[in-house]
Design a binder for this molecule. Structure first.
Ligand code: GLA
Length: 728
């Protein structure tokens, strides 16, 4: 049983394969957090919650000064009745009071996970769910907390629903999860970045303060990722407690870690409360998105392995869930906006010749789109560039033996577009305010159903040709002018979340309507790399930065949360277009092959030697594709800490192993280091694919492989091993 209630102790225990989560109903009406961590089969209450009269911590009961919500570890804390730490929610009533007093009323154990209306969410069979109902009788608020237990990958998901029982209520803050830890010996890991610099690792000590990781941009963003991990101070890849939270949402979010006066930690995550609220009429329900929780008792590697498994089994869905991803050529860095039919066909032919499987026509194919300043919204072919149209081009490319894919940026509208000329009201805007430009464009008002229908219909018209096998779904600016002409004045602060609901409606409709198409989401790279969009689009372009050195870091940090299967990575030309660096072609490949391999350069300009090299790269990638895309992933050397990078992949049956190594800058007097692999079968022998040499799994993991000391910047190599005969 994943969920058990002990009536005598009033404790509810959730169990996954290796973890337990325990809460307690205190004094019949307060929901306290008791434990989350390594699995406890028999729990009798050794870590009792301690009570003491503490100064300035208010008391609910006059006769009991030891009981204060300010010191009680809680499941879903509120503001107004004594807890001064960050609250999980705040609701105001029609008298503009923000005093909230939710009390536990009852709970149910459901045998499955209820669906969340209009929002992406995880799924699975026989996922037991705990539903706890809490009431604030005075303001007429019912909150239901949901805990779904994914036993197989040691994940528990949490969310909340709000219902106005009698009068209108305003939701000012509605986080999805909050957890109190009775300890503070953690470091905090979060991921930050910028355009072309997606996802860097930040690890910091915690002192008495509140640490906030959030986005107010209308997108989950590459600036701060919707991910937090608390790790034991001495924890690392393979050691220590790790508690991670991740949000299943693609818009603005808020997460925080607060260290209180008694050195307890509160960790929270949910919708961004700043500049947003939600008006709930009597009888209406608001559902928050889901937060994913996972605990590892042996460091970050296990945390990632659990999260990767969760993404593969319980987030990805549809036709492409378990399908190997095709190798692709994308014309963006090869041509930008400047191409002709002939040029594209030449590029496709070269791609075919080196064994690539999918041709992606990027930005610039639609009406007058010769720069990034025009035409978004007009999803009609530009006959000046493509006189025979998209269908003809797709046919030609199919005839060569390649699949055909196309780029859209469906959530946007250019001022210089037929759509804007006909429907200026489709742009998100605030009355009497000038538009703010981002990449020269405006954002469509997806809070308006009519606009969503326009997007669905105009994109469908292209997809209905039946010639499209792949769609790159881009989003290249963040939201300003946050307002909708479609909404009433009093609902204006709902615009950001309504935008996301509109987006999810559109993506849900399109991926359902075109189940065979492989959708890749993109936001100038990994600006919306999140579990929300992964529920619809099973891969994401990790960064616009294709430089191998930068990518080694970006992909390393991305792997904290996401498996290679969902991570798009391309080989591009040198000098690199983002940072100007020149790296060897084999290094660009070695790094790009750690994800879904693509090429994004003008193959027609390469010499025969380079083409031959790419041909053998593609051939090799196809050989190891299943291992990379579906195998287990191990981080070996952290490029944020060292002048080197290394990872290895191991197939599920441990038959195959691929290790990839890069040394960034050559050094004088460099040591001869060794690389210890992980995840192999200890009792087997492995054969080096290149040299034919045989090694034991034990020696590859514990003695390691010697790395050559090469006098060259950006040196890299890989080792590919296959299981040999059983040892004895
Ligand atoms: C974004 C994407 C790029 C490319 C351009 C096209 O920046 O991340 O890959 O598609 O848009 O404008």
């Amino acid at each position: 049983m994943a969920i058990v209630f002990n009536e005598i102790t009033q404790k509810i225990k959730l169990s996954t394969k290796n973890t337990s989560y325990i809460m307690e109903i205190v004094k019949d009406e307060f929901l306290a957090h008791v434990y989350w961590g390594k699995k406890i089969d028999d729990y009798y209450g050794s870590n009792k919650i301690m009570y003491r009269d503490r100064g300035f911590s208010p008391n609910i009961f006059e006769e009991d000064r030891t009981f204060s919500l300010d010191t009680l570890p809680q499941e879903y804390p509120q503001y107004g009745n004594g807890d001064y730490r960050p609250c999980a929610f705040q609701v105001s009533n029609d008298e503009n009071s923000t005093y909230n007093d939710l009390r536990y009323v009852r709970h149910e154990i459901l045998s499955e996970k209820p669906k969340i209306l209009g929002l992406p969410s995880s799924y699975g069979e026989n996922i037991q769910t705990l539903k706890i109902t809490m009431l604030d009788k005075i303001i007429g608020l019912e909150v239901n907390l949901y805990y779904s237990v994914f036993e197989d990958c040691d994940v528990i998901t949490r969310r909340a629903t709000f219902k106005a029982l009698k009068n209108e209520l305003t939701l000012n803050k509605m986080l999805s999860a909050s957890i109190d830890f009775r300890r503070d010996d953690f470091d905090l890991i979060s991921l930050y970045g910028a355009h072309n610099n997606d996802r860097n690792i930040d690890r910091r000590e915690l002192t008495s303060a509140t640490y906030v990781v959030e986005s107010t941009r209308g997108a989950s963003s590459m600036h701060q990722s919707p991910f937090l991990a608390l790790i034991s101070k001495d924890g690392n890849e393979n050691y220590g407690d790790v508690y991670a939270m991740q949000f299943v949402y693609s818009g603005s979010f808020h997460s925080s870690v607060h260290v209180d006066q008694y050195r307890n930690i509160r960790m929270q995550m949910g919708l961004q409360p700043f500049d947003s609220n939600w008006i709930l009429n009597a009888g209406e329900i608001f559902e928050t998105p889901e937060v994913v929780l996972t605990y590892s008792d042996t460091g970050l590697e296990k945390m990632s392995s659990q999260l990767h498994q969760f993404v593969r089994q319980h987030i990805l869905r549809g036709e492409w869930k378990d399908k190997p991803r095709p190798t692709l050529i994308n014309n963006w860095e090869a041509t930008y906006f400047d191409f002709t039919e002939e040029k594209l066909l030449d590029l496709a032919q070269e791609a075919k010749d080196v064994g690539i499987e999918l041709f992606v026509l990027d930005d610039g194919w639609f009406k007058n789109r010769n720069s990034d300043g025009t035409s978004l919204g007009d999803w009609i072919v530009d006959t000046k560039k493509l006189p025979h149209g998209v269908e003809w081009l797709a046919d030609k490319i199919n005839e060569m033996g390649l699949k055909f894919g196309i780029w859209f940026e469906p959530e946007m509208i250019s001022e210089d577009s037929d759509l804007y000329r006909a429907h200026p009201e489709y742009a998100m805007q605030v009355k009497n305010r000038e538009h703010i430009y981002g990449r020269g464009q405006f954002v469509l008002d997806l809070a308006n159903n009519e606009v969503c229908d326009y997007v669905i219909n105009s994109i469908s018209e292209v997809l209905d040709t039946g010639k499209i096998d792949y769609v790159k779904w881009d989003m290249n600016r963040h939201i300003t002018n946050i307002g909708s002409l479609h909404l009433n004045i009093k609902n204006q602060r709902e615009t950001m979340h309504r935008y996301m609901l509109g987006l999810y409606k559109i993506t849900d409709t399109l991926v359902t309507k075109y189940p065979k198409i492989l959708f890749e989401s993109c936001s100038s790279g990994g600006g919306r790399f999140d579990l929300g969009l992964l529920c619809y689009m099973p891969q994401t372009w990790a960064s616009d930065n294709t430089d191998a050195v930068c990518r080694s870091k970006i992909q390393y940090a991305t792997s904290y949360m996401y498996p290679s299967l969902v991570t798009g990575s391309h080989v591009s030309v040198c000098p690199n277009h983002q940072v100007g660096r020149v790296t060897p072609l084999n290094t660009r490949f070695n790094i790009a092959m750690c994800g879904n391999l693509g090429y994004e350069l003008d193959l027609t300009l390469l010499n025969e030697g380079e083409k031959a090299e790419i041909k053998s790269q593609v051939e090799f990638y196809k050989e190891v594709r299943d291992l990379i895309q579906f195998g287990d992933y191990f981080r070996l050397i952290n490029p944020f800490e060292r002048n080197e990078y290394a990872v290895n992949f191991v197939s599920e049956n441990q038959e195959e192993v691929l290790a990839i190594y890069m040394k960034v800058l050559s050094e004088p007097a460099a040591p001869f280091h060794i690389l210890k692999l992980r995840g192999l079968d200890e009792n087997s022998l492995y054969k080096d694919y290149e040299t034919g040499e045989i090694y034991s799994g034990q020696e590859l993991m514990y003695a390691g492989i010697s790395i050559a000391n090469v006098k060259q910047d950006f040196y890299s190599r890989y080792w590919y091993f296959k299981k040999h005969l059983p040892k004895r």
